[in-house]
Design a protein around this ligand. Structure first.
Ligand SMILES: *Cc1c(COP(=O)(O)O)cnc(C)c1O
Length: 339
């Protein structure tokens, strides 16, 4: 059987999740009459102790809506150079909001309060774009699943407050950070103006993200979602998958982290490996030695029916998830050990 470790988005709904979805009560969500979507939104707002939440078809749309809610055309946001909002959302920051990005050379996708402060354009210097928003990502995707230190985020919050900047969290994999660090969602709700979370990554729902935020930003979120084409109808069937995942798939992510850790440890010992980035959650990023032919490694994995991602510049990526079980894990460790 094929083992797909390219991403944690590749999981299929479990029979129990499908069963729960089939029983969902639904209505027209554009009229705000879908009870299951409403339940998912109010549950997440409460969990994060924020004012409200809105269901989106994708994480990209949730992030793009958030950026639109925080900015005006011509303004600038601050993010790490690895940020998903900059690299993997099709240029939406400029397309949807007419905003530019000041990119910071952070550490594994994470930036510091002093880097943020240094990146702010002086507001009275009208030659440069007005800085209005800071976007953080936790865990970081391109940064290899790294988790922020909450203390650093508090400092970034203080800098944002001091300069009147909005603070958005791309929390596509925030669940992984919460599990890995034993943190509470409300600790994040306290610090950010808006937070997007994915239901379709480690949580394993077939689709969906939720934007959670403070009232002054969320008031216009329905309108922005409609403009982006994200108003959906009887989508409670999908929201039900999210509700199910919140009950059953959060704590189990510790297993994904454990297996990722074991893969990282095994890789470090292999003669064909140049480096393995520090592995905190479910993403392992590693480089082959320059003397190793990348194509022959990829081919070896392919012949053993294991798929992983090539991130370019010699970086390879493995992502663990709930469809990757104990048996698959044993096989992957063995195959990696025998190359
Ligand atoms: C996956 C991901 C998103 C959202 O992606 P969609 O495919 O649009 O749902 C956003 N940010 C990060 C960091 C991600 O990994």
């Amino acid at each position: 059987m094929k083992i797909d470790l390219r991403s944690d988005t590749l999981t299929k709904p479990t029979p129990a999740m499908l069963d729960f979805m089939m029983k969902a009560q639904v209505g027209d969500d554009v009229y705000k009459e879908d009870p299951t979507v409403n339940e998912l939104e109010s549950r997440l707002a409460k969990m994060f102790k924020m004012d409200s939440a809105l269901y989106f078809p994708t994480g990209s749309m949730a992030n793009q809506a958030a950026i639109k809610l925080h900015t005006q055309p011509g303004e600038q946001l601050i993010a790490d150079q690895y940020a998903h909002v900059y690299n993997y959302e099709g240029g939406g920051v400029s397309f949807n909001s007419g905003v530019s990005c000041k990119l910071i050379n952070g550490t594994r996708g994470m930036i510091t309060a002093s880097q943020v402060e240094a990146a702010i354009n002086p507001p009275d210097f009208y030659h440069s774009p007005l800085t209005t928003l800071v976007c953080l990502e936790n865990t970081t995707n391109k940064g290899g699943g790294a988790c922020y230190d909450l203390e650093e985020i508090k400092k970034i919050k203080a800098v944002s407050n001091k300069h009147g900047l909005g603070l958005h969290l791309d929390g596509a994999r925030l669940w992984n950070a919460l599990v890995a660090k034993g943190e509470e969602p409300s600790s994040y709700g306290e610090l950010f103006d808006t937070i997007s979370v994915c239901l379709s990554k480690g949580l394993g729902a077939p689709m969906g993200s939720v934007l959670i935020g403070k009232r002054q930003f969320m008031d216009k979120a329905m309108r922005v979602r409609k403009v982006l084409g994200g108003g959906m109808r009887q989508v409670g069937y999908m929201a039900a998958a999210g509700l199910y995942a919140l009950d059953h798939h959060v704590d189990r992510m510790a297993e994904d982290h454990q297996r990722a850790q074991e893969i990282a440890i095994l890789l470090k010992d292999q003669t064909y490996i140049k480096s393995v980035e520090s592995t905190e959650t479910n993403i392992i990023i590693f480089n082959l030695k320059d003397t190793i032919d990348g194509a022959s490694f990829a081919n070896y994995l392919f012949e053993n029916q294991i798929a992983i991602s090539d991130m370019g510049q010699g970086k390879l990526r493995i992502v663990t998830h709930y469809d990757y079980d104990k048996t698959a894990h044993a096989r992957v460790l063995d195959v990696l050990d025998r190359f």
